[in-house]
Design a protein. Sequence first.
Length: 664
Amino acid sequence: MKMLVLISTLTVACGMLVALLWLSARPQSQLATAQESPTMEGRVNAPDFPEGLQWLNTDRPLSLRELRGKVVLLDFWTYCCINCMHILPDLKKLERKYANELVVIGVHSAKFFGEQETENIRQAILRYEIEHPVVNDNQMTVWSQYAVRAWPTLVLIDPQGKIVGYHSGEGIYEIFDQAISKVIATAEARGQLDRTPLHFKLERARKPRTVLNFPGKVYADEKTQRLFIADSNHHRIIVVSLKDNSVEMVIGSGQAGMDDGSFEKATFRNPQGMAFDPATETLYIADTDNHAIRKAGLKARTVTTIGGTGEQSRVYPPRAGRGRETALNSPWDVLLHNGTLYIAMAGSHQLWRMNPTTLELEPHAGTGREACYDAPHALCALAQPSGLATDGKKLYFADSEVSCIRSADLTPEGRVDTVVGGDLFEFGDRDGVGREARLQHPLGVVYAEGALYVADTYNNKIKRIDPTRGEIRTFLGTGEEGARDGERPTFDEPGGITYANGKLYIADTNNHLIRIADLKTRRVATLVIRGLEAIKPPAPAPITLTERPELAVGSANPTVNLRIQLPEGHKLNPQARSQVRVVVSGGTVDGKREAVYDLKRTELSLPLQLSADTAELELHLLVYHCQEEQEALCYYHESHWRQPVRRVEGAPASISLNLPIQKP
């Protein structure tokens, strides 16, 4: 973890300078005293948010003054940080428990350059499914006002706008649950609490549904000609044939959870790295947010948990154990070599190893301290390892938080060395040799044709390393965010990379795409997946039935001219089957009460027969659409409409229905 200090109460009377000194001095906890007291309140005014900052997950800037009457919890975070990710479930629990009393505000104070951009923070909000307002503190202004020193740090503010206390580090739920309940009780007794519900306009309301959703990792197997895609935010694995790019199978229902069983019923939670054993047709999966290792048998079509309890390990130093009896900490990637499964344990800043037969689990390298320290395995320090590769002699791993590519010996008694990159706060975009080179939070690495290829995530590039010389050079990408194919390709935070048949396959995470790069020509194309119906996005919350105004028709047999209004520059995706299902009450369509039509075009004429003066049409629209020149990025639209119809003498004999689809 970055830093851990227990929540404290202020004992000073007033003054901003005193508050800053308190936060920077990190006094001993006074929580025990606060817990014994029937009341809890602050003493120092909390600094309000400066004007001019950009806000997300809300349609307007917020101020602490307008939030008087609410308990406010500030979460200082940066989206690269695994510790910041770990507290998000606790924040959600607090938000739901105190839905009408508590307002959580994320203060995004970036570590990396790429994290300073509002659009990148928006993508992180969507990826982590954050449901509270977030302010982009890209100049660290709010961070400085509160004298914060570590990610994550949380500051509790009472309904009178005064600081109650703070906490730096993980394990926040019980601490803040107790503190918030006492702050609420104190404010309520004094008539200072406002329980009026607040509703914010979330970023997800503006995000169209894509067939893939933030794919994190990819794994290609040449022997079976398969590509495994971690469709991370859809909580499932997609298996695609490399022969014709068609979907072979889907592993997981698409719902978040930790259920073993058949492919159709099994659930994951943000799965990432994968390793495949073609001899047994077994896929090993790093089920990151479940803190588990899962096994998918492709022949039996079943998923089994083989490592992890489902709860995050908080033991330091981490302990060895067996299978499901051993708690793990955010496994981000796995690699199978000579019967051993190696694990990039991002949350505990270590490499682990597992025997898939005996299910024995133990640390392989790293003390659990977060740093870039080269030494023998038992003494070295890593920082959020997130990607694994091997040349058969060494393990190579993307040590993301120190922006390095490092190596570890395969044998337990070996050592860790840094191949290229800097340290915790030495990052950038500089080609070069060894420790003089700079990367920015790389997440993926693969060994292919004598070289290492790196997904340099926050630089939006793919880089090539000569491991014998320790030299890294940009291989693909301009550094711009985008999804351009060809000889000057662009990417958007690529997170995974694999190799097969002379090509790199890249999980272009923020673009929701899989990209293909030819190693010889350096040309990039986007994978066009066939059989998209097999990977229809998991069902969201119940779809709202949209009521349309009643239309008048002058015939008992009117024609309904249906027009799907696609976004400008979009077309129906020819790789998928778009449909409209029509159900009629008070009549029939094509002589049936219910009919399903394939959409070959955006316009369709429906022959309606009315058996009464009033009727209703219910239309269920399923549309796959894409940009006219980009069939690979497929959007999925689903909507329900109800159209009342009344027969009126003299009205037109046909009616027109225009059904609009949201612009991506």
